[in-house]
Unconditional design. Structure first.
Length: 220
């Protein structure tokens, strides 16, 4: 049954969103084998939408299908994480620079409310709300860049692997919120270069934290 809050989504889009959320929030772990019937049962999906979601998420790199092994959640490795974060730093700092100079009062207000949402989610230990508030912040931050191709590339990069690994580290989340506040400070002043610098540092700090967590768990 389609979620009441997302009536505009097709069955395929809803299936993609549900499977992606399950991966991004850690319900399905990196390297975990998955079967289509499992997705159907776990996430209340029909056979066709589940199959279409699998195909789309294989194309995005969140799922992997291998001969004789079947389907599994894509594994994490430090080299891939570094590459993705390096590209994110380039793309998102440029989007922030462009957007900040043209930022509307509405975008600044949405970014401010998203930071408050992150604080509330941390206090409530709600990973889904935390991830959602983070997404709203970055959407507000980049939306006035007036470059849809750049924004599409950023979205693709942000969906390359699950971020719940960082969300489960309270110390990193608190640091991340402080970094969001510094970004917001420059953004509210419509300081393009300053916002870009703060965004780049935020992403590189995230890379350092992610790398440390993966190494601590024996991921190379």
């Amino acid at each position: 049954m389609q979620d009441a809050r997302t009536p505009f989504l097709t069955k395929r889009e809803l299936a993609v969103a549900r499977v992606k959320d399950a991966i991004m929030l850690g319900r399905y772990r990196p390297g975990q084998p998955l079967r289509q019937v499992q997705l159907m049962a776990d996430l209340d999906l029909g056979a066709t939408p589940a199959r279409e979601a699998v195909l789309e998420l294989v194309a995005k790199g969140l799922l992997v299908h291998e001969s004789h092994r079947g389907m599994r959640v894509a594994a994490l490795d430090t080299e891939r994480v570094r590459h993705v974060y390096s590209v994110r730093a380039l793309l998102e700092s440029e989007a922030a620079r462009l957007s900040a100079g043209a930022a509307t009062d509405a975008a600044i207000d949405r970014a401010r409310r998203a930071v408050q949402g992150m604080k509330a989610a941390l206090a409530g230990k709600d990973l889904k709300k935390l991830s959602s508030a983070d997404g709203r912040f970055h959407q507000a931050l980049y939306e006035d860049a007036d470059n849809p191709i750049l924004l599409n590339l950023i979205e693709q990069m942000r969906e390359q692997f699950p971020r719940y690994v960082l969300w489960k580290s309270p110390g990193r989340v608190r640091q991340s919120i402080q970094e969001h506040e510094r970004i917001l400070e420059r953004f509210a002043l419509r300081d393009g270069p300053g916002t870009a610098k703060a965004v780049r540092q935020h992403i590189l700090n995230g890379l350092d934290a992610f790398d440390a967590i993966l190494r601590a768990n024996g991921v190379r």
